[in-house]
Write a protein that binds this ligand. Structure first.
Ligand code: PHE
Length: 337
């Protein structure tokens, strides 16, 4: 029995030392220490030993089990350490890490945020309103009755209940005046919709930023100063402006604003960038009628309003030839901003 145990120990240690992976270590454990393993078989034989031999063989049996167990543990730990070392072998821990891809805000959102910041500095508050509007907020209140030709130019999408997708964010000016009394100084960014054929310069949904300033004594000079300051902040101090007479049903007089600036690569070409004008007293009257008071008394208050398209602005600023690029969400395009 002595010899059997010594042999088992030698065999087991050799086999464990040669085990190439965890499965092989486990196989050796089962083979030598398992319930039907070599050591169990030998210990069964203990019963037939003489009283003199029992303690000695028992001790040897224990020593053998301990030695084999220790060898198994040691081999397992060594294999695990090797695996770690192999995993780290190709890695230079002194190299700088690889930054995860974080993405960025959409170029239109970036432009909108910049525009809001500039108007904030001039005391304009941010106002909001629903995309689905009543005809009254979109047209009637803005001095554009049902038979007005301007409605054709701004044809839109109608809901079965007669509401519509707003054609401009002027609706937010109306909603603000319904709730607040002068002085009012707000900007109204948001989506606008028109039933336009989608092409390189038109989208059925686009983004606008409009503004309204109503107080005592607001003049065309304030309108010009505000817009020129805004666009110079955006494009640089070299920007030149031209206010061309125009027509909008809700402003009188009305203008379109043209700009010339190196920032837009147009130092010798005028680009149209905004519409604006002095709020038509008829708009104040319809607000008063709706409110049932005279908060917007046209004899006391005047105001200016303006609006421009953020997509169109982003298009000129970035030299993007096709406005659809801003809605296609092509990563190769967006990653450039
Ligand atoms: N609402 C006009 C448009 O969508 C822009 C505008 C706003 C013009 C305010 C004048 C005054 O085209």
């Amino acid at each position: 029995m002595d010899q059997q145990l010594t042999q088992l120990r030698t065999d087991a240690l050799a086999e464990i030392a040669a085990a190439a992976d965890e499965a092989a270590v486990e196989a050796a454990r089962i083979k030598y220490l398992g319930r039907s393993g070599g050591l169990t078989a030998i210990s069964e034989g203990m019963k037939s030993l003489s009283k003199d031999d029992k303690p000695r063989i028992g001790k040897l049996l224990n020593e053998t089990r301990n030695a084999v167990t220790a060898a198994l543990d040691e081999r397992k730990a060594a294999l695990a350490a090797n695996a770690d070392a192999a995993a780290f072998a190709g890695i230079d821990a002194t190299l700088p890490g690889i930054a995860p891809h974080t993405g960025s805000l959409h170029p239109i959102t970036q432009l909108q945020d910049r525009a809001i910041q500039i108007f904030r500095r001039m005391g304009f508050a941010l106002a909001d309103g629903p995309d689905i509007e009543t005809e009254w907020h979109c047209f009637d209140a803005l001095n554009t009755p049902a038979d007005h030709p301007a409605r054709n130019e701004q044809d839109t999408f109608y809901m079965p209940d007669g509401r519509l997708l707003r054609t401009h964010t002027s609706t937010i000016q109306i909603r603000t005046m319904e709730k607040c009394a002068p002085p009012i100084r707000i900007i109204a960014p948001g989506a606008a919709y028109r039933r336009d054929e989608v092409d390189a310069t038109h989208l059925a949904q686009f983004n606008q930023m409009e503004g309204l300033y109503v107080a005592a004594g607001v003049s065309v000079a304030d309108l010009k100063g505000t817009l020129e300051f805004f666009f110079r902040e955006l494009f640089g101090p070299d920007a030149q402006f031209r206010f061309r007479p125009h027509f909008f049903p809700f402003t009188e007089p009305s203008f379109e604003v043209d700009i010339k600036t190196r920032a837009l690569g147009s130092s010798d070409r005028w680009l149209e960038i905004a519409g604006c004008g002095m709020v038509d007293p008829a708009v104040f009257e319809s607000i008063n009628a709706q409110r049932g008071d005279t908060a917007f008394d046209p004899e006391k208050f005047t105001g200016f309003a303006f609006g421009f398209g953020l997509d169109r602005l982003a298009m000129i600023m970035s030299g993007t030839p096709d406005i659809r690029a801003f809605t296609e969400n092509d990563q190769r395009f967006l990653a450039q901003f």
